[in-house]
Write a new protein. Structure first.
Length: 284
């Protein structure tokens, strides 16, 4: 039997989708735009809808053909199709691909990584909505270039690491994987120019606070269970703690504790370490 690597990204997308569907009734996995909204779970759906509306303003008029890269489960594609766009979706998760086919049947769904996507078709837009960070810049930009029609554009809405980001400390950060300077240097190198850029970091940052509140609830539950075990089943508790210590490094334990029991991941830290940008790239 071939020893295959566990796809934690796909697992995370699948679990996140199920939770968001339960919480909001919509299968959205992206940040919300919180301008004018009170930050609470009841407003998450409205914040995500505001984000989508803002994103769509970057697109050319329908019936443009759009390649939605990392297209979630249905919401963005379904709305685009309802507006008259022609949509293809590339998604790495079988579960998400199934949801796309069920909920946006007019879209063409391709179950694969963007890096592996091949087609003779050409698109007016390559859309990266919080998926750009998962692909190497030196893969995503040239790949998109081969897929665009004459006059086509790349639309990106995603986090980038700012100059403040420090990888070496143990604080569990949230945000982009690509350094902003690395991205800015790569754009002209791959034959593109940024023709539109808006920084919406402060408007999306409250999403991080809301997420952290959820993890703190989980942390409270685990702490409460741990205390009960220690008081009434100390041997069982010792065995669980021992097994956890054997199979996880000190770094992982520290970061899990931060995630569940502290608030190091918050809107202020997000704004310090990241810039969340909405961008349009055109061929230079």
């Amino acid at each position: 039997m071939i020893n295959q690597r566990i796809d934690t990204r796909a697992i995370g997308l699948d679990v996140g989708l199920k939770f968001m569907s339960w919480l909001t009734g919509a299968e959205n996995l992206h940040y919300g735009l919180w301008t004018g909204l009170e930050v609470n779970a009841a407003n998450l759906g409205a914040a995500q809808a505001a984000y989508t509306d803002k994103l769509f303003k970057l697109l050319p008029p329908a019936p443009a053909r759009i390649l939605d890269i990392g297209g979630g489960a249905r919401e963005t594609a379904r709305k685009l199709i309802d507006l008259g766009y022609d949509v293809d979706i590339v998604v790495p998760s079988e579960f998400l691909a199934t949801r796309c086919r069920e909920n946006a049947p007019a879209a063409r769904v391709h179950l694969m990584r963007f890096e592996d996507f091949e087609t003779a078709d050409r698109f007016d837009v390559c859309l990266f909505s919080e998926s750009f960070q998962y692909i190497s810049v030196d893969q995503s930009l040239p790949k998109a270039n081969t897929l665009l029609r004459q006059g086509g554009v790349i639309v990106i809405a995603d986090c980038f690491r700012s100059e403040n980001f420090v990888r070496e400390d143990l604080n569990h950060k949230v945000g982009g994987w690509h350094a902003l300077q690395l991205f800015q240097d790569a754009v002209p190198r791959h034959g593109f120019a940024v023709t539109s850029e808006e920084d919406i970091t402060a408007a999306v940052a409250p999403s991080v606070d809301l997420e952290q509140q959820l993890f703190n609830v989980i942390g409270f539950a685990t702490t409460r269970i741990d205390a009960e075990l220690q008081a009434k089943k100390p041997k069982t508790r010792w065995l669980i703690a021992r097994a956890f210590g054997v199979f996880s490094s000190k770094r992982r334990r520290v970061r899990l504790d931060q995630r569940l029991n502290h608030k190091t991941r918050n809107a202020d830290a997000f704004c310090y370490n990241n810039r969340y940008l909405m961008l349009i790239l055109e061929r230079a």
